[in-house]
Design a protein around this ligand. Structure first.
Ligand SMILES: Cc1cc2nc3c(=O)[nH]c(=O)nc-3n(C[C@H](O)[C@H](O)[C@H](O)COP(=O)(O)OP(=O)(O)OC[C@H]3O[C@@H](n4cnc5c(N)ncnc54)[C@H](O)[C@@H]3O)c2cc1C
Length: 400
């Protein structure tokens, strides 16, 4: 290729925007364009999450999450510090409720050590000096590098960098037509590309299929509801998480502190009917609904990966008191329902693997000669965004 190539990124969430930033930094591309369907960037998962910079100890060492997360944690903490973005260096404790969970705690420690995380298991008598409101059975895991940052400040800063770098940022665009090296947009513009990245979050599977990628995945979204409070009487020092079911990609209802040290409780994992169905009827996508309802019914009947039990447990969390009751299993605090408000929910772009009949736990990266699709962009994809961007651009540049 004599001339520098053009890069087009579909999807303007944290993943798409950090890829655009990395593409600019390596200086190997001519025009870099980000295409977003909404009239603002990053209004879905990327700003509807817990804002927790995960350390990387949950993941099996052969997974992409494990390969990315520990260094991604450092990259994101350093990025926030260099750009003076607000963070909360609170750290996190993972606590247990019984002997069985203690065994899982040691499994997390073992995974974390393999993944290069700075973590340690400590006895119960030390818990109060890390988080006096937390309770545990025997021991707890301490992760000093599990901080939180502000998803909105982060996005604003990346957008500022992209504008300064003259990256073309196109909002409110639908892709009407496409070919081997062009996209035709609803604005009438035709964008030519040499390389294309699909970073469309919950829509990534659809976009990949549009480009002929065949998979054994289906989207199975889960809604994360949160409760939040600004009251000073609920002051805590660290995030408190339960030991999760390590076969599922969810972490269980926990407490997190945002960058202002305000308490948030959640998120739930309630089966959702569309990827942007935040309130009862908002964002219902009939195309998704017609595929999802039969899949959910089938899973309810057959109970693959314990879906029925999970759904029955989670549906109770549409009531505030049930969320508070659940979190009281890991903290000793009087929680008054009236002090907590519902906070904007998020929906996980979770994929169901119809071959293994289970939820896909890892990121799924589909690499083609000149296209790259990022599927199953679930937690900790926000933490991992700078690292994922580095990986994707390295792969594309290799093909120059
Ligand atoms: C409740 C919840 C809590 C979470 N907590 C954390 C956490 O604490 N830490 C962490 O690391 N991760 C967390 N995550 C995960 C994290 O938020 C996501 O993995 C991450 O934000 C995914 O980013 P994304 O850019 O891939 O997706 P998105 O933010 O969804 O962005 C995709 C973008 O593509 C656009 N798009 C879709 N289709 C098209 C199209 N055809 N054309 C143009 N544009 C299109 C969408 O409008 C959207 O803006 C959480 C997720 C949820 C739901």
């Amino acid at each position: 290729m004599n001339q520098k190539p053009n890069l087009v990124i579909i999807g303007g969430g944290i993943v798409g925007l950090t890829i655009a930033r990395e593409a600019y930094l390596v200086q190997k591309f001519n025009e870099i364009t980000v295409i977003e369907k909404e009239n603002k960037f990053a209004i879905h998962s990327s700003t509807r999450n817990s804002g927790v910079i995960h350390a990387g100890f949950y993941y099996l060492s052969n997974s992409k999450k494990a390969k990315f997360c520990s260094s991604a944690n450092k990259m994101l903490r350093e990025y926030c510090s260099q750009h003076q973005l607000p963070v909360n260096k609170c750290g996190k404790v993972v606590v247990t409720k019984n002997y069985e969970e203690e065994k899982v705690l040691y499994e997390l420690e073992s995974r974390g050590k393999k993944n290069g995380c700075d973590i340690k298991i400590l006895p119960k008598n030390l818990l109060s000096s890390y988080e006096s409101n937390a309770k545990t059975y025997e021991n707890f895991l301490w992760s000093p590098n599990t901080w939180s940052a502000s998803p909105i400040h982060l996005i604003e800063n990346i957008l500022k960098e992209l504008r300064e770098a003259n990256v073309k940022l196109l909002c409110n665009q639908k892709i009407l037509n496409y070919g081997e090296n062009y996209l035709s947009l609803s604005s009438g513009e035709i964008i030519k590309y040499d390389f294309l990245v699909n970073a469309t979050g919950a829509y990534a599977l659809n976009v990949a299929e549009m480009f002929g990628i065949k998979t054994h995945f289906k989207l199975l979204p889960f809604k994360g509801l949160y409760l939040s409070t600004k009251l000073k009487r609920y002051k805590m020092k660290a995030h408190v998480y339960p030991v999760p079911d390590i076969d599922q990609p969810f972490l269980g209802i926990h407490t997190t502190l945002n960058y202002k040290n305000e308490l948030k409780i959640g998120p739930t994992a309630i089966p959702a009917f569309s990827p942007e169905n935040y309130t009862l009827l908002e964002g219902i996508d009939l195309n998704f609904l017609s595929q999802l309802v039969p899949l959910q019914l089938n899973l309810l009947i057959k109970n693959h990966f314990n879906f029925r039990n999970l759904a029955l447990k989670e549906i109770k969390f549409i009531f505030k008191q049930n969320i508070l009751k659940e979190v009281k299993k890991i903290i000793n605090m009087d929680l008054n329902e009236n002090d907590f408000n519902w906070y904007s929910p998020g929906i996980r772009a979770q994929l169901y693997n119809s071959k293994t009949k289970s939820l896909e736990n890892d990121f799924v990266l589909k690499e083609e000669q000149n296209r790259f699709h990022i599927l199953n962009s679930i937690s900790p994809a926000w933490t991992c965004s700078l690292k994922t961007a580095e990986y994707v651009i390295k792969h594309l540049v290799k093909n120059l």
